[in-house]
Design a protein around this ligand. Structure first.
Ligand code: SF4
Length: 462
């Protein structure tokens, strides 16, 4: 391996400052966040839980909230529809459940860590070491600061934003960690490789540097030329990558359905449509899981739930999930749609996002061919999908803005008359059916046509 001085690395232009619409600090259990349907509390789990514990959380969401639960893109469980009093009562009740609650610094790894047959290494020992060294610094770090420890394997966290990311790589016959600052695995700034022995202490040094700079500083802001970083002597402990290792093990989408784990158990991955479900249906799944012998389950990235147990138990739960409205395969168009609660569920919503999403999943099969990410956002806050999507519908007072390959805050190419979202999706579906060439995906087709042609087609269809 050759060594490149850390100082020569430039900040990627993709890591632009967050827009003024960015959300505030994470709504942790003791700091619920105000949303359009009341207060929202986040239950962040550091380890798997039993089915009966999920069942109990569902009961609590009905007792104290509005009986609607979310699993977020970053694997957190959220309980919605609370008020000032019920949020306090819920916190007390949740703390009595003896759940493995994650407190302090958010250090994330795969829900299959330690059981995944394809992982490069179990990320938990390094993750635990980082949690321990981050504990005294937590108050001085940005509230949303996150560290991702990617051990490789079936469920990857490459697409999640992280202030500091460590990705396991075998290099020269030894375990190393690729250190990346800010962004996703693809867009973040790759600093280089650290040895397994040095990984925790290098991360601790970076966290201490961030703590010294204060809670507004994020991983993407770290300047390798800063004297504070120079004094850390990272140059001696970080070695630059060969072109091969820089692009090693590209990200892949997490599979749905059953897959084997190390040892005798199987895993099952299913997802919640729009990342949300009523407590009764989630509790029913938990009850079937307990009855059939599922040993543990855990909220997973991308609004998913991973369950582990004997193969027969996983098959029975999959059968129940298929009949109960969960997403169980990539062929389900609902898997391509991100939608916030929208109008009726949230006071800020300007249109009914879930209803629109369900109609699109049923009637826009040409458009939703597996290549398109459709984001239906009730307003500009973009709660459901902070990142860019192929098509984003943003509810607003004067009409619904359409953004192509961007986020809710990006410039729209078209504004729809209010309440014509489903008609626009039908028109987009017709456009793709007519214009898509044999070798193209829907996304390729839309990109070739471009926003002007798409906008014209939408105007003609009115
Ligand atoms: S994005 Fe959706 S859920 Fe978030 S505030 Fe706006 S309407 Fe409400």
């Amino acid at each position: 391996m050759t060594t490149t001085p850390v100082t020569s690395l430039a900040l990627p232009s993709s890591l632009a400052p967050l827009s003024s619409l960015a959300r505030g600090a994470c709504p942790a259990l003791s700091a619920p966040m105000q949303t359009g349907d009341g207060l929202l509390t986040r239950v962040a789990l550091a380890a798997p839980i039993r089915p009966d514990q999920l069942s109990r959380l569902c009961d609590l969401s009905r007792q104290y909230g509005n009986g609607i639960l979310d699993i977020t893109a970053r694997s957190n469980l959220q309980i919605r529809g609370l008020d000032d009093h019920s949020a306090i009562a819920l916190e007390e009740a949740v703390r009595h459940l003896s759940l493995p609650l994650r407190e302090g610094l958010a250090v994330e790894w795969s829900p299959l860590a330690g059981d995944d047959v394809f992982e490069v290494t179990d990320p938990r020992p390094l993750g635990q070491a980082i949690i321990a060294c981050g504990r005294p610094l937590a108050e001085r770090l940005a509230p949303k600061l996150s560290v991702v420890v990617e051990g490789g394997g079936t469920i990857r966290l490459d697409h999640l934003l992280a202030d500091i990311r460590l990705t396991a790589i075998h290099e020269d016959g030894a375990l190393h960690w690729l250190l990346t600052l800010g962004g996703t695995a693809e867009t973040g700034r790759k600093l280089g490789l650290v040895t397994d022995e040095d990984a925790a202490v290098v991360t601790q040094d970076l966290l201490e540097h961030l703590a010294r700079l204060g809670p507004k500083t994020r991983g993407r802001d770290i300047d390798p030329a800063h004297p504070g970083i120079q004094r850390l002597g990272l140059q001696e402990r970080i070695s630059w990558l060969t072109p091969d290792t820089a692009n090693a093990d590209p990200a892949h989408p997490s599979p749905f359905g059953l897959f084997p784990l190390a040892g005798p158990l199987c895993a099952l991955r299913i997802a919640l449509p729009f990342g949300q479900m009523d407590a009764a249906r989630l509790a029913a799944l938990a009850e079937v899981s307990a009855r059939t012998g599922i040993l543990w389950l855990k909220p997973a990235p991308d609004h998913a739930l991973v369950l582990a147990g004997p193969e027969q138990a996983c098959i029975q739960v999959l059968d129940h999930a298929e009949k109960s409205g969960f997403i169980t395969g990539v062929s389900d168009p609902l898997a391509e749609i991100s939608a916030c609660p929208g109008a009726r569920a949230c006071n800020s919503g300007h249109y009914t996002t879930h209803e629109t999403g369900r109609i699109a999943a049923r009637e826009a099969s040409a458009l939703l061919d597996g290549s398109v990410r459709l984001h239906l956002s009730g307003c500009a806050k973009g709660c459901a999908h902070p990142g860019p999507a192929t098509l984003t519908f943003v509810g607003a007072e004067a009409g619904t803005h359409l953004v192509f390959e961007g986020k809710t805050a990006d410039t729209p190419f078209k504004t729809l008359v209010p309440h014509t979202e489903t008609a626009a999706l039908a028109a987009l579906d017709r456009l793709v059916r007519l214009q898509r060439q044999p070798t193209e995906t829907s996304r390729d087709c839309l990109a070739r046509l471009g926003p002007q042609v798409i906008a014209a087609a939408l105007s003609e269809s009115r």
